[in-house]
Design a protein around this ligand. Structure first.
Ligand code: DER
Length: 223
């Protein structure tokens, strides 16, 4: 099975967690794109979606699925999203797709978080994937120094030679070389550095279920 087929496999498997007649929380990324394609097959049996990015909103709307503003709904039953890494507790590194802020917002208003990922995302300790951190541009340099003081290697994410600008008009710093042994503590610590918008550690908003695509089929991990 190619990685693309593994993503399609878990994208389809996630349909089982969508509550009919309700609004579903939808994340961002190539695995979520497979879920969105699958979701279109049941679009008449859901009310619509709350989206975590402009990119996902456009894909949902192109398939005839109504997208609601996050403020228009109370709690969502389920949020479906991918991850760059997920550990044995359901703690994740996210933000590879630069949508981490809105992803964490929609995850926070959802009662359950179903992570869909291919087996390559499963790790014991978070940090091999460069940690995305959304920052207010004027604070980038100081934040990068603070990560370097903890042994990280920080760089501003670029797109076509300029700093990438997120849906929220901010920049992203990617930090490699970290070994995050206490995701809850790390997320709380970095969250309160001045200028940090969102840190891509999802520990307080961890997954409740992970559908892991493996060559032997979909593994369901619960946390
Ligand atoms: O940016 C994100 O958080 C995405 O969900 C990312 O973590 C997963 O993207 P992928 O499904 O394209 O690997």
């Amino acid at each position: 099975l190619t990685q693309d087929e593994l993503k399609a496999q878990v994208g389809r498997a996630a349909l089982a967690y969508v509550v009919e007649g309700e609004i579903v929380g939808v994340g961002t990324g190539s695995t979520v794109n497979k879920f969105i394609e699958a979701l279109a097959t049941m679009k008449d049996r859901i009310r619509g979606a709350v989206s975590s990015s402009v990119a996902s909103t456009e894909r949902l709307q192109a398939l005839g699925i109504e997208v609601f503003d996050s403020n228009a709904v109370d709690e969502l039953a389920v949020y479906i999203d991918g991850a760059d890494e997920i550990d044995g507790h359901g703690f994740m590194i996210k933000g590879g797709g630069a949508a981490l802020t809105r992803e964490k917002i929609v995850a926070a208003q959802s009662r359950s978080f179903v992570c869909i990922a291919d087996a390559s995302k499963r790790v014991d300790v978070l940090g091999a994937f460069p940690l995305p951190v959304e920052v207010v541009p004027m604070a980038a340099r100081r934040i990068m120094r603070q990560f370097e003081r903890m042994g990280g290697i920080a760089q501003v994410r670029e797109k076509e030679g300029l700093p990438l600008v997120t849906d929220n008009g901010q920049h992203i710093v990617d930090v490699s070389g970290l070994r995050i042994v206490d995701p809850l503590g790390f997320e709380s610590e970095v969250n309160q550095w001045p200028g940090v918008v969102t840190v891509g550690v999802f520990a307080h908003q961890r997954a409740t279920v992970c559908l892991l695509g493996t060559p032997d089929g979909v593994q369901t991990l619960r946390y």
